[in-house]
Design a protein around this ligand. Structure first.
Ligand SMILES: Cc1cc2nc3c(=O)[nH]c(=O)nc-3n(C[C@H](O)[C@H](O)[C@H](O)COP(=O)(O)OP(=O)(O)OC[C@H]3O[C@@H](n4cnc5c(N)ncnc54)[C@H](O)[C@@H]3O)c2cc1C
Ligand code: FES
Length: 328
């Protein structure tokens, strides 16, 4: 069966993009230099027509903006939370699951910018909260004690795979399994699910972050919280306790959606467990590929689906089972 892939930017103000100009649009066959319209995934907008009516050019691309740091909170030896001033439009555009920006210290060159999930966006206050785990060159540059301003490039939205399931479930039960810095992108997921009348249970494992820093955000949203070890670093597999917990949740507790927020190994473990116990339960997860441009151009985020198709994970929305299911 033909896979249904979707471009996260299709139909937004950033579409058509650079890929339309180079004949590599992810969705439009005519903008892939084919002769016929072969539109399989209509998004409410004809990308070809948008391109032609824009004088056969891409739309304006995303710009980097300065953002003042309103608050810097040290959470653990390796994690800080920055509250950053942005404009109201950007705060609104970033207040959805999967939203992220490329962030760098304002004084550093462009190649320092690192993808960072928006943990919380406040449109009224025009600010965003970002949790940063300090790992290497780029994140260390954001951890300077006297940093007052950052540069944000965005908005980008493909930080979560399986968004249509998160946006589609209503008045059901959902389970969010989070570990380490993966807690950050799970907060807007929980918010979206709660707004749609779902009851949301969140499992927190502090992992290498050394703290359950998002706990207060989940509590404010009204999620039920459980603290459990999720991943065994020696065996690189899910712990037996969490496997049993997920199994029981989907079989006895009518959980409709499971969201995994952590490493690819964690996604793989949860995805395969669901396929073998309750294949009808929706699966979604954080997107942990290496992002550099975020625009489908540089190629750093390429991965393969289980049938071997190469995809650009910074742009492509798909059922994450196609990546983590290991073939059926
Ligand atoms: C969509 C998305 C959202 C993210 N959200 C957060 C977040 O909210 N908080 C957070 O702390 N981290 C987040 N990350 C990961 C963060 O971007 C990397 O940890 C950061 O780029 C590491 O850079 P470094 O120079 O400090 O470390 P390095 O020493 O360069 O790398 C350390 C680790 O980070 C990975 N990494 C390096 N560069 C990138 C990159 N450009 N994209 C993805 N991974 C990279 C490496 O594979 C390595 O495993 C996110 C990544 C993605 C793709
Ligand atoms: S991050 Fe550059 S192509 Fe995806």
């Amino acid at each position: 069966m033909q896979q249904v892939l979707n471009c996260i930017d299709a139909g937004t103000e950033y579409c058509p993009c650079f890929l339309a100009e180079t004949g590599e649009c992810l969705m439009c066959s005519q903008l892939q230099r084919k002769t016929f319209c072969d539109c399989r995934n209509w998004n409410g907008v004809c990308i070809y027509q948008e391109y032609i009516s824009n004088r056969s050019q891409k739309k304006e691309h995303r710009k980097a903006l300065p953002g003042r740091i309103l608050k810097r909170e040290v959470i653990s030896d390796s994690v800080i939370i920055l509250k950053i001033q942005v404009n109201k439009t950007l705060a609104r555009e970033l207040s959805q699951p999967g939203a992220y920006v490329f962030l760098k210290n304002i004084k550093d060159p462009n190649y320092f910018d690192a993808p960072m999930s928006i943990m919380s966006a406040d449109e009224r206050e025009a600010s965003v909260d970002v949790a940063i785990q300090i790992k290497g060159v780029k994140t260390r540059a954001l951890d300077e004690f006297n940093i007052t301003e950052v540069s944000l490039r965005g908005p980008y939205w493909n930080g979560v795979l399986g968004l249509k399931y998160i946006k589609g479930v209503q008045e059901q039960k959902a389970l969010l399994v989070t570990r380490g810095i993966g807690q950050a992108p799970a907060v807007p997921v929980a918010k979206k699910l709660i707004l749609a009348g779902n009851s949301v249970e969140v499992i927190l494992d502090q992992g290498r972050a050394g703290a359950n820093f998002a706990e207060k955000y989940f509590r404010e949203l009204g999620c039920e919280i459980k603290i459990k070890p999720v991943f065994d670093l020696k065996t690189l597999t899910l712990t037996d306790e969490i496997k049993e917990y997920i199994r029981q949740s989907v079989l006895e507790n009518s959980i409709k959606l499971v969201y995994s927020s952590g490493s690819d190994k964690m996604h793989e473990g949860i995805c395969r467990l669901l396929l073998s116990t309750a294949p009808d339960v929706f699966f979604a997860c954080s997107n942990g590929a290496s992002f550099c441009c975020g625009e489908g151009v540089c190629g750093s985020c390429h991965t393969r689906t289980t049938d071997g198709t190469r995809i650009k994970t910074c742009k492509t929305q798909l059922n994450p089972v196609e990546i983590f299911g290991g073939g059926r």
